[in-house]
Design a protein around this ligand. Structure first.
Ligand code: BV8
Ligand code: ZN
Length: 234
C-alpha cells in the first residue's frame, strides 16, 4: 500500500486489532464469547428475554476492556492520523476504547461503545463504566424510570451514523481494513463500495477474510506486526 500526501485514508477495524491486546474476537473462540453464543446476547430479543444475562455479558466485556492496553496497531493508526489530519477517518466495529486510549480522534464506533449506556425510552447515551451483574443491580433511568441498556448496536439494529460513514467512504482514495472476518454487514460491504469507486483497498490480518476477493491487496500478518511497518513509508 502506498500513501501519498494527497491520499484520503478510510480505515475500518474489527475485533482482530484488539486481539494482541488480549481481547477475545467473535470467531477466535468459535463464535462463542466467554461461553456465551454471541447471537444469544447481542440481540434485542436477548435483551427482552434476559436483560440480566445481557448486562452480565457487557459488564464482563467492560472489565476485560479496562484490563487491556492498546497495542502497536492502535498506536500506528493514531500516528498516521497525526500526519494525515482531516484526510484520515477511522471507523471501528469494535466497542472497546483502545483506539481512543491510543490517541485516535477522527474515530467512529459504528456498533456503539462499551463505556456508554442509554435509557430505552429517553435514548440519550451517557458515559457509564459500572458493572451490572445481578438482577437487583439492573440500572433504571433517573429521568423516566425505564430500563437502561448498553449503548451497543445489536444484530438486527441500525449501525450508527451510516450517512457519515458513506460520505467518508465517498471521499476516500485508499480503504484499509484491519482484523475483521468480513462476516457482518453493512461493514463487510464497505470494500465492495470502495472497489466500485475504483480506489485501492487493502486487508491486514493473519487469515483471509470472507470478502477477500474484493480487495486489491491482502497483507497476511497480525495487526501489531504489520501496521507500524505499513505506515513507516508515509
Ligand atoms: C443491520 C457489537 C440493517 C456487539 C456487532 C438476518 C437477520 C437479521 C440481520 C441479518 C440477517 N442476515 C444478515 C443480517 C445483517 C446482520 C449480519 O450481517 N448478520 C451476519 C451474522 C450474517 N447485520 C446486522 O444486523 C447489522 N445491522 O444490518 O441493520 C442495515 C443495513 C444496512 C444499512 C443500515 C442498516 C448490525 C450488526 C452489528 C452487530 N453488532 N458488534 C458486540 O460487540 O457485542 S457485530 C460484531 O461482529 C463486530 O462488531 C463485527 O461487526 C462482527 C464480526 O466481528 P469481527 O470484528 O470481524 O471479528 P471476528 O471475530 O468475526 O473476526 C476477527 C478477525 O480478526 C478474523 O478475521 C481474524 O483472522 C482476525 N484476527 C485475529 N487475530 C488478529 C486478527 N487480525 C489482525 N491481527 C490479529 N492479531
Ligand atoms: Zn428514560
Amino acid at each position: 500500500m502506498r500513501l501519498t500526501a494527497e491520499d484520503h485514508l478510510f480505515a475500518l477495524t474489527g475485533a482482530g486489532i484488539s486481539a494482541e491486546s488480549g481481547l477475545a474476537t467473535f470467531r477466535g473462540s468459535g463464535g462463542l464469547w466467554n461461553g456465551h453464543r454471541v447471537e444469544e446476547v447481542a440481540t434485542p430479543e436477548a435483551w427482552m428475554a434476559n436483560p440480566e444475562l445481557v448486562w452480565r455479558f457487557y459488564s464482563m466485556r467492560r472489565r476485560d476492556a479496562m484490563a487491556a492496553e492498546p497495542n502497536a496497531a492502535h498506536f500506528a493508526l493514531a500516528a498516521v492520523e497525526e500526519q494525515l489530519g482531516d484526510r484520515f477517518y477511522l471507523c471501528t466495529q469494535n466497542v472497546d476504547d483502545l483506539h481512543e486510549r491510543a490517541g485516535s480522534q477522527r474515530l467512529h464506533h459504528m456498533h456503539g461503545t462499551l463505556f456508554a449506556s442509554r435509557c430505552v425510552r429517553c435514548n440519550r447515551p451517557f458515559a457509564d463504566r459500572a458493572f451490572y451483574e445481578s438482577v437487583k443491580a439492573l440500572p433504571a433511568c433517573s429521568v423516566c424510570g425505564r430500563a437502561v441498556r448498553p449503548h451497543i448496536v445489536w444484530f438486527g439494529e441500525m449501525p450508527l451514523d451510516m450517512d457519515g460513514i458513506y460520505s467518508q467512504l465517498d471521499r476516500a482514495t485508499v480503504l484499509l481494513v484491519v482484523g475483521t472476518s468480513g462476516s457482518v454487514y453493512p461493514a463487510a460491504g464497505f470494500v465492495q463500495i470502495a472497489r466500485r469507486r475504483g480506489i485501492h483497498t487493502v486487508y491486514v490480518g493473519p487469515e483471509k477474510p470472507l470478502n477477500a476477493s474484493s480487495f486489491s491487496e491482502i497483507l497476511l500478518g497480525t495487526a501489531a506486526e504489520t501496521l507500524p511497518e505499513l505506515f513507516a513509508s508515509v
